[in-house]
Design a protein around this ligand. Structure first.
Ligand code: ZN
Length: 199
């Protein structure tokens, strides 16, 4: 890396911190950026800074949004008595794309993983329980991934909710094991949702 100027090295280093970007990809991206028209680079940097500055967690479901309460939570046409619990905002988007889910969401921002030292307090679980004690909720659909972490989280949540008497269900196992929800097609997601089983 000493072949490059310190400015280039800094750009490569910053890019290599991004997920899925190794040293080689970081170099390729850095040189691509340097060859971009000045104007385009400005647009890219301002898009990053603007997003970081203006995006916040919805006070109700904790998805990432521009407003204090996200458009889904503030929509009176949605069924607020059915909450689908997902691991992240990308999974929420995957279900929204199907256009068939009329309830609302709760975004955990992670999953319980004893291996990685991620416990129940490290995800937005307390917030979910507070919501359940506050709002009139009929059903909680757990749509965490079918990975070990996702299953562990689903079990934990169902044990937590059961005593409250609220119906808890889990999306059907049509979702491939270890599959990230965002990569699954809409038909599979719908089937998983419709075929959900009560826990
Ligand atoms: Zn929301």
């Amino acid at each position: 890396m000493e072949y490059y100027s310190s400015h280039i090295n800094r750009l490569i280093e910053q890019l290599s911190h991004l997920p899925g970007i190794g040293a080689k990809s970081a170099q390729r991206l850095a040189f691509h950026i340097l060859n971009m028209p000045r104007e385009q680079v400005d647009q890219l940097t301002s898009a990053i800074t603007d997003a970081r500055e203006n995006v916040q967690y919805c006070k109700c479901c904790y998805t990432l949004t521009d407003k204090e309460i996200c458009p889904i939570c503030s929509n009176p046409k949605r069924d607020h008595s059915v909450i689908m619990v997902v691991e992240n905002t990308r999974d929420l988007a995957a279900y929204e794309k199907t256009g068939k889910f009329e309830g609302v969401y709760h975004v955990l921002h992670g999953a319980i993983s004893p291996m990685l030292g991620i416990g129940p307090d490290d995800i937005r679980l307390k917030e979910l329980m507070q919501r359940l004690s506050r709002d009139e909720v009929k059903e909680v659909i757990i749509a965490t991934n079918s990975s070990l972490e996702g299953e562990t989280t689903a079990m934990y949540i169902s044990k937590l909710i059961k005593p409250t008497g609220i119906k808890v269900s889990r999306i059907a196992s049509g979702v491939p094991v270890g599959g990230d929800l965002e990569y699954i097609d809409e038909v599979t997601l719908l089937r998983a949702l419709e075929g959900r089983v009560e826990l």
